[in-house]
Design a binder for this molecule. Structure first.
Ligand SMILES: [Zn+2]
Length: 565
């Protein structure tokens, strides 16, 4: 047999960004061996005519640290063409850990990443201490490939115990943490992550431990990666501020490692911020340092009615109204004086997430037949149809329907031109799926299929070749994943076969596949025909095969040590 697997006559989009071409791809022993017009015999042949054949997608921003322990596929990752996931982002990881400290890590995961405590308690069997041992735990048990970053939060707890959430570290503790980071890198971590987001607390209301680290501590830990010339540094600093770029520059310049920062997206509330961010990051790259911004492909959309609504929580008068009993709330919403206060709230110029624009909020669903003409219209359009002021029109319609009218709003990712520029930027790393996190609030497993369906096919913001490059080789290069992200002889046979004419994501839906049947949101896809990991088909038309060909992808320090030994 010449090949274990032969993929015939697909359109090869090889991950490099070069123009695609029709060819066969021959696979043997988990690797790509030949691409072109192939004549040999094969154990299995897949007819890929009409399909794109791309390297498997690499989801670099996940919080699957726990889920991968009970779900070897990281469902729904491969259903969207993902063959490799990276865990340990935003400072959170399940290692290193000392016996007795496990719950400090759980407390952080439960709140910051909103993973049900019950699922963590049932699903995580703490059979490791070091980061390397944690990774060992996955060997032979994976459907997809897994790599990880070592989390600052875990490192700090290991060195300081519960005092990690109370105070600055001593010089001795910083030294200890440096040792733990080095040990994790030697054990196979792909880098380190940290978290300074002012909103990130533990379950008990205490800040996550990395928030108590000063610059000296953080830089000392990052120096370990610089000294060894290995790994990425992933950061989350909280609300986007232009001042943060001084910090990214300092860190990138000092370590000469790739810095990843969150996040770069068009937001209606600050419609110019993305451009300032892109300009700032371009200056860092021009000077020769790497500071990649993370961006998302899925616009943040919320549907709401005025029975149950959090969209306006940033405005005190509005927020209070939504805590009133419905009958009282309806009276207040009809009251001209209350309306004036609501108007004043919206006019207050302080920065908010809500954009305060009635030409963006839309009517999605009405109750009364006579209101049908407003469906799909923006509040501004509906107001002019009714000859009313927009706020009055919005409230009057809702009151007329007993608050059951459904509205649609999007704060982020809505401006096509801006999003096109962001997604195309060479300084932007696409993907903040947060897979494995916020599992009862949303599911963005589909950021790759959304890129290919909405942004490439429908909105044409970039070519298919460029999009595939962004989902594969771009990521593999930055994270130092050897032999992945390109279709080339000698590279791992991680492949995604999809139909560019139909590929897309569905709306998230509820599932009960977490430990002990706990609820979470999943997301299905369309147009992904086959997902292949290390030469084995793991998903065929939405169904997983049961094969476990996934590998633990360990970082450069581990590989160097192994090569030396
Ligand atoms: Zn994250």
């Amino acid at each position: 047999m010449d090949y274990d697997l032969l993929v015939r006559r697909g359109r090869v989009v090889d991950g490099s960004g070069l123009p695609s071409f029709v060819a066969d791809v021959g696979v043997k022993n988990g690797k790509i061996v030949e691409i072109g017009r192939l004549k040999g015999s094969a154990g299995r042949t897949i007819d890929a005519e009409g399909l794109a054949v791309a390297p498997g997608f690499i989801d670099h921003h996940t919080h699957l640290d726990a889920q991968m322990l009970w779900d070897p596929y990281g469902t729904c990752e491969p259903q969207h063409g993902v063959t490799t996931v990276i865990m340990g982002n935003c400072g959170l990881a399940l290692a290193p850990v000392k016996t007795g400290d496990e719950d400090s890590l759980v407390k952080s995961f439960v709140r910051v990443e909103a993973i049900p405590r019950f699922a963590l308690e049932q699903g995580v069997k703490w059979a490791w201490h070091s980061y390397g041992e944690y990774l060992d735990n996955f060997e032979g048990k994976l459907g997809i490939n897994v790599g990880g970053l070592v989390g600052h939060i875990a490192v700090r707890h290991h060195a300081m115990g519960e005092e990690a959430v109370e105070r600055k570290a001593t010089a001795k503790e910083v030294q200890q943490m440096r040792g733990l980071v080095l040990e994790a890198m030697e054990g196979g971590a792909l880098g380190m992550s940290t978290n300074r987001n002012e909103r990130h607390m533990r379950e008990d209301g205490k800040p996550v431990s990395s928030r108590l680290a000063d610059d000296d501590e953080l830089f000392a830990l990052c120096d370990v990666l610089a000294d060894r010339n290995a790994g990425v540094i992933e950061t989350i600093l909280g609300r986007n501020k232009i001042e943060h770029f001084e910090f990214y520059r300092a860190l990138a310049q000092r370590t000469q490692r790739p810095i990843l920062w969150q996040s770069l997206q068009h937001r209606w509330a600050e419609p110019e911020l993305w451009r300032e961010q892109l300009d700032a990051v371009e200056r860092i790259f021009r000077d020769g340092y790497q500071a990649y911004g993370l961006s998302h492909t899925v616009p943040l959309v919320r549907r709401f009615d005025l029975k149950n609504c959090q969209v306006f929580d940033e405005f005190p008068t509005w927020k209070n109204l939504f805590f009133l009993p419905e009958i009282v709330r309806k009276q207040a919403l009809a009251d001209p004086q209350t309306r004036q206060k609501m108007r004043n709230d919206l006019a207050d110029p302080r920065p908010t997430n809500f954009h305060r624009r009635w030409d963006i909020v839309r009517v999605e669903k009405v109750v009364k037949p006579e209101n049908q003409p407003y469906v799909g219209k923006t509040i501004a359009e509906m107001a002019s149809m009714r000859g009313q002021d927009p706020l009055d029109a919005f409230l009057n319609l809702a009151l007329d329907e007993d608050l059951a009218t459904v509205f649609w709003n999007s704060n982020n990712g809505g401006d096509v031109e801006a999003m096109g520029e962001i997604l195309r930027s060479p300084y932007v790393l696409i993907g903040t799926s947060d897979a494995g996190a916020h599992v009862q609030f949303g599911a963005d497993f589909g950021y790759c299929t959304v890129l290919l369906g909405m942004w490439v096919r429908e909105r044409r913001v970039m070519s298919l070749e460029q999009a595939i490059y962004k989902l594969t080789f771009h990521v593999a290069s930055i994270f130092g994943l050897q032999d992945r992200g390109l279709l080339r002889p000698g590279f791992a046979a991680d492949l995604t076969l999809f139909d560019p004419k139909t590929v897309n994501s569905y709306e998230p839906e509820w599932a009960t596949d977490y430990p002990a049947g706990s609820k979470r949101l999943i997301q299905r896809s369309e147009g992904i025909h086959y997902t292949i990991v290390n030469g084995k088909v793991i998903v065929e038309n939405g169904q997983t095969s049961g094969e476990l060909p996934g590998q633990v992808l360990r970082g450069p320090l581990y590989r160097r040590q192994k090569a030396a030994a």
